[in-house]
Design a protein around this ligand. Structure first.
Ligand code: SAM
Length: 256
């Protein structure tokens, strides 16, 4: 198992800014974690699925020297601007415009040619598709990711998940409401890994991230929506207190 040292992300210390430019636990440390697990190599071509405002995309392009196409179909909830427009302006300020290209599309309908990418990175995005379109919708996304990877290519998935334990009764109401109820979106690592296998991948490594809970705590403290709505996700996490909510990852390879 790879030893993770966060060597590239540890110098980005302004967590308020980082969490303003992404939308989920882990921020740049999550992408650093996945990048090392995936073995990103300079000069490779990566697809970032669900890039949001693109700060992780820019970080990967700059610190790992890779070329990235980043996709996101939505607009932001604050000003209503396209996520890929935020990505473009972030890429300018990070000095990686020559390495990053955004497209307003989503999985499973990408229209990229098969075998286009060496790597696919996706964090805190596909579980939302599961919430909207169910398990088959989630599997369709994984199959599309498999299709666009070249043989030998690597997929790094980072996703909010729940631990392999029953949902505590007192937590149930907190994870059952809203547009994306966590109860509908989150699965445990075993079931997620099985889905990735069903899409045709072989699994290189999977597990719960060792820093999962501290990423969630960071998110509760620094995410702009959490700051505005302390009775939302921060309250859920407070009630949970580490009993159910976690964050998992799957590193998988396309063989043919
Ligand atoms: C919660 S954000 C996470 C962003 C970022 N990767 C992170 O880890 O902070 C999820 C993003 O997935 C995007 N998304 C939703 N449906 C998608 C789809 N079908 N394909 C790709 N991205 C999608 C949303 O627009 C949103 O920006």
């Amino acid at each position: 198992m790879t030893q993770i040292c966060y060597s590239k992300s540890q110098r980005y210390t302004d967590l308020d800014t980082i969490y303003e430019q992404c939308s989920g636990p882990g921020g740049l440390r999550l992408s650093d974690f996945l990048a090392q697990k995936m073995g990103l190599r300079p000069g490779s071509r990566l697809l970032d699925v669900g890039c949001n405002r693109g700060i992780q995309t820019c970080f990967l392009a700059k610190e790992y020297g890779i070329d990235i196409i980043a996709i996101d179909p939505w607009s932001d909830r604050m000003q209503g601007d396209l996520m890929v427009e935020h990505l473009r302006s972030n890429a300018e300020s990070w000095g990686v415009s020559n390495r990053v290209l955004g497209q307003k599309i989503g999985v499973p309908h990408t229209n990229f040619a098969s075998h286009s990418f060496d790597f696919v990175h996706s964090t805190t995005a596909l579980e939302m598709v599961r919430g909207l379109n169910g398990e088959e919708g989630y599997l369709d996304c994984l199959r599309e990711i498999h299709r666009v990877l070249r043989p030998g290519g690597i997929f790094g998935l980072g996703e909010p998940m729940h631990l392999d334990s029953p949902l505590p009764e007192d937590l149930e109401p907190y994870v059952s409401h809203g547009d994306f109820p966590w109860k509908e979106c989150f699965r445990d690592i075993k079931s997620t890994t099985a889905d990735v296998e069903r899409a045709g991948f072989i699994i290189l490594e999977s597990g719960y991230a060792p820093d999962a809970w501290s990423w969630w705590m960071e998110f509760a403290k620094h995410d702009p929506f959490c700051k505005k709505e302390p009775d939302g996700d921060p309250k859920t996490l407070e009630v949970d207190n580490g009993r159910w909510t976690s964050f998992g990852y799957v590193i998988a390879q396309k063989i043919e």
